[in-house]
Ligand binder design. Sequence first.
Ligand SMILES: CC(C)(COP(=O)(O)OP(=O)(O)OC[C@H]1O[C@@H](n2cnc3c(N)ncnc32)[C@H](O)[C@@H]1OP(=O)(O)O)[C@@H](O)C(=O)NCCC(=O)NCCS
Length: 187
Amino acid sequence: MTAAFVIPKALQGGKLRLRPLKEKDAPALLEAIEVSRPVLRRRLRWVDSVQGIEDCKAFILRSLPAAEMNEVVLGIFEGRAGRLIGVAALQNPAEDGAVAEFSVWVRADRRRRGHAFEAAKALITHCFRKAGLRRLYARLEPANREGRKLVRKLGFRYEGRLRREKRLNGRWVDQECWGILREEWRK
Ligand SMILES: CC(C)(COP(=O)(O)OP(=O)(O)OC[C@H]1O[C@@H](n2cnc3c(N)ncnc32)[C@H](O)[C@@H]1OP(=O)(O)O)[C@@H](O)C(=O)NCCC(=O)NCCS
C-alpha cells in the first residue's frame, strides 16, 4: 500500500492548532465529550462507548499517526492554553489513500465560532496538497443541519442519499453523501 498521507506534526488553522493526540490529552478529551455528550450522541455512534479515561486513552492510542494506515486523526486545540475543543479526521481510506472520509466534532460550548471550519480547512488543505488525496467525502444524517452547513461552506457537493444506511444509537437513519475533489478544493 502506498503511504499517501503525510501526517503533520502540527497544523495552524486561524487561532487553532491541530496536532495528533497524546495519551496525556485523555482527561481533556473526556471532559470535551462529557460537556457535549447529549448533542454528540445525536450525531455520532461512538459516544456511548467512551465513558472513562481508559476509553479515551484507548481511542488516542488507536488514533496515533500511522501513515501506513492512511488515516489522520488530529486534536483541535484553542488559544495559548491549548485547550482541546474537538477532533478532526480523515479515515476509512480507499484506493491507497486517494479517497477518504472526513469528519469533525467540536465540543458543545465552543461551537458557532468558526472553529470547525478553520480546523477542517487546515486539515483538508494539508491532505490535498501534501498527501495523495484526490477525493474526500462526508456522510451526514439528513437532520444534521449544522454538519450540512459546514460541509457546504467547505465546498463539498451533495451526491445523493443512502436510505437506512446506518444505525445511530438505536435508530436506522439515512445518510447524505457529500464529496469534494482535489481540483475543486483548489478553487
Ligand atoms: C458540525 C459541527 C462540527 C460544527 O462545528 P462549529 O464549530 O459550530 O462550526 P462553525 O462555527 O465552523 O460553523 C460552520 C458553518 O456552519 C454553521 N452552523 C454551525 N452550527 C450550526 C447550527 N447549529 N445551525 C445552523 N448552522 C450552523 C455556521 O453558522 C457556519 O456557517 P456560516 O459561517 O455561514 O454562519 C458541530 O456542530 C459538531 O461537532 N457536530 C457534531 C459532529 C458532527 O455532526 N459532525 C459532522 C461534520 S462531518
